[in-house]
Design a binder for this molecule. Structure first.
Ligand code: CUA
Length: 334
């Protein structure tokens, strides 16, 4: 049975399932490991919690005994207890834990073997630029969503475009800083299919807490299908209404920041929207991708995500026809 976890800062509206996916079902917990590194980290955590609990009980037990015992103890015995329990015992325990922790490091830091799937993720205030590569090494850009095939190592190249961010998918493994002007590498090896969340783990400004991304781990064939679709220009419905909806997107100025491959929109300031309709979430992992949420996002951008760089298009609230055309157009981008 899957546990549902309440997520901080997410309104109850997010419990609604959509497209077979419920935001609250997607795990963001280190204690729900779905990758090799995360399993080791969870194991280390349980050893430490177990050990700490035992030692805590021992210490508290001795303290209670010391308070209530009326018995006199010879000085030599108490001195042995102080040296043994206060110096030797912690040294042995901490050395053991250190050795165990260090023994995990080589596995956690082993680079992915040559030929592994490579994904470049860049932290941007406050969203994620995600690039896959086709057979010729040309990037295939998407945003705020990372899809992975299960049971293979994946090499992440991590960059930052403005300030320091940190890339963390808690159910898959450890975190890695993203630094401007430098590539950091992280290998993750998912071993369980499912929906997860990644977060930014380094304070990076106003909307830091709302800088998330969805992570979908699927079998190899599903992943390959998805990637092949992402590599195509957006599917342009041929009918006239689709063309006029696209015209709204361009006329309203969305193309000043966004790319939709196959159209005149080619800016890289904001997220690539070429296959927007296939994404799980909007606003970098903060709202489910539904027409209602998208309308709200466009009109009340700053109320949904304070600090966001995208301007709120409040004027569209007075033009429901344009707004619904825009929303229908974006949701149709498969
Ligand atoms: Cu990006 Cu915190």
């Amino acid at each position: 049975m899957r546990r549902t976890r309440p997520l901080l800062g997410v309104s109850t509206a997010m419990t609604v399932g959509f497209r077979g996916f419920s935001v609250n079902e997607a795990s963001q917990s280190v204690l729900d490991p779905a990758g090799l590194a995360a399993r080791q980290i969870a194991e280390l955590f349980y050893w430490m919690v177990g050990g700490a609990t035992l030692i805590w009980m021992l210490v508290i037990g001795l303290a209670v005994y010391a308070i209530f015992s009326r018995k006199a103890h010879p000085v030599l015995t108490t001195r042995k207890l102080v040296i043994g329990g206060g110096a030797i015992f912690p040294t042995v325990v901490l050395t053991g834990l250190l050795a165990y922790g260090l023994s995990l490091m080589p596995d956690l830091h082993r680079p992915a073997p040559a030929g592994s799937l490579k994904i470049r993720v860049s932290g941007v205030r406050w969203w994620w630029r995600v690039e896959y590569f086709d057979g010729d090494g040309n990037p295939i850009e998407t945003a705020n969503e990372v899809r992975l095939p299960v049971d293979q190592p994946i090499a992440f190249e991590l960059l930052a475009e403005d300030v320091i961010h940190s890339f963390w998918i808690p159910p898959l493994g450890g975190k890695m800083d993203m630094l401007p002007g430098r590539s950091n590498w992280l290998t993750l090896h998912p071993d369980r299919q499912g929906d997860y969340f990644g977060v930014c783990a380094e304070y990076c400004g106003t909307a830091h807490a709302q800088m998330r991304f969805s992570v979908v781990v699927s079998d190899e064939a599903t992943f390959a299908d998805w990637l092949a679709t992402q590599g195509l220009a957006s599917r342009r419905a041929g009918d006239r209404s689709a063309a006029s909806r696209e015209e709204v997107f361009l006329r309203r100025g969305c193309s000043a920041c966004h790319t939709i491959r196959g159209t005149a929109a080619k800016s890289r300031v904001g997220p690539d929207l070429t296959h927007f309709g296939t994404r799980r979430t909007i606003g970098a992992g903060i709202l489910p991708n539904t027409a209602n949420h998208l309308s709200r996002w466009i009109v009340e951008t700053h109320r949904v995500k304070p600090g966001v760089e995208m301007p709120s298009f409040r004027t569209l609230a007075n033009d429901p026809e344009d707004l619904s055309a825009l929303v229908a157009y974006l949701e149709s981008l498969q």
